[in-house]
Design a protein around this ligand. Sequence first.
Ligand code: GDP
Ligand code: MG
Length: 166
Amino acid sequence: KSGFVAIVGRPNVGKSTFLNRVIGQKVAIMSEKAQTTRNKIQGIYTTDDAQIVFIDTPGIHKPKNKLDDYMDEAALSSLKEVDAVLFMVSATETRGAGDNYIIDQLKQVNSPVYLVINKIDEINPNSLLPIMDTYKRAYDWADVFPISALQGNNVDELLNTLVAKL
Ligand code: GDP
Ligand code: MG
């Protein structure tokens, strides 16, 4: 089993921390070839029977100029080519304009989009449900995973689900 998974989200929500945790293998040689302006292979998660290639989607953000606009189109087309998308947010921040803009773009994606609420180690467990609710109202997520990329909570469950759906 193998597939491509893109990860998107505002800056500082923990995308790199998550990738560093799950990736066992950097793809130096392969990425030379596969790397384009629109997608950047970050690494591969490998188990005995599965392989997930993670792709970093550079900045989907509100376009401010023509170049932004172009970058956005590019990011969006790479999102349409992958097997699944992880939309990562931080539990420590409320849903904002930056999130809403990305969520709008995600409406054009046909592959399953998973909501990943990161940094749950930083919040009171009681505040998780209200946070989940604000995001659940915005999109029909394939599934929702509260995680801590830093401490590892629930990361295996997320990976197992991605592998199972490949
Ligand atoms: P990116 O911009 O989305 O790639 O975010 P980074 O991975 O660079 O993380 C931004 C900051 O958030 C760093 O200081 C990380 O250490 C911190 N961070 C990432 N994940 C977690 C987490 O699960 N819990 C906590 N408490 N901090 C985190
Ligand atoms: Mg990063």
